[in-house]
Design a protein around this ligand. Sequence first.
Ligand code: ZN
Length: 275
Amino acid sequence: MPELPEVETTRRGIAPHVEGREITEVIVRQARLRVPVPVDLVDRLVGARVGELARRAKYLLVPVSGRGEAGTLLWHLGMSGSLRIARLGELPKKHDHLDLVFDDGAILRYHDPRRFGFVDWLAGSAERDPRLSRLGPEPLSDAFDGERLYALSRGRRLAVKPFLMDSAVVVGVGNIYAAEALFLAGIDPRRAAGRISRERYDRLADAVREVLAAAITQGGTTLRDFVAGTGEPGYFKQRLNVYGRDGQSCRRCGAELRLVTLGQRASVFCGSCQS
Ligand code: ZN
């Protein structure tokens, strides 16, 4: 499933090929995505120009202007979506649902076997859309730190792992990165959020930044895959310490990693390194 680092890598991978380009054609092969492709999307986009791509949480924002009303494409990759750059004449494969064709012959092609992703049109200011306006800060921004985690968690009995995965607290910390960051910070994922010290939250905020930045850096090595036309671009396997490793031994102390369910999500941790 595409997480924040994959979406960021996607943004970096496709931006040089689409920014400043004029859209000459829009091909919708399958409109029934999680949110149906807006019926007027083709009219809105043909003849318009793409601005600077942005990312917010796991949303890719593609600003478009120049012809009709200016607005933003809000793109979400869902469970299995991916975007890549194809060239004119390159035939679509199964599950290639939507193409944006540009004036230089490049094609931004959306592929999504499970169709949990979507592309929607936001008129005017994108930040006012409720899907974006309610989000907490970006984990790699200055607005996210141990002080915020500490302040928001006082009095809360919720376990720290689901607390960290709450997008009102901080966006983009999915199951993999929450588990890995808690391991790095030495915090038991079951511990009540309200009973963790400020000092430990400083360590946790640093750990969140560390695991996400490492994933984005590693994703950078796959940037050429956005135009290579082979495989699924942007998805990469990090060396993980705990996620998906229950029953295996801890890389730090050798103890057997344990599995618990927290907030309906599988959570693997080391009972001796994390307390
Ligand atoms: Zn351990």
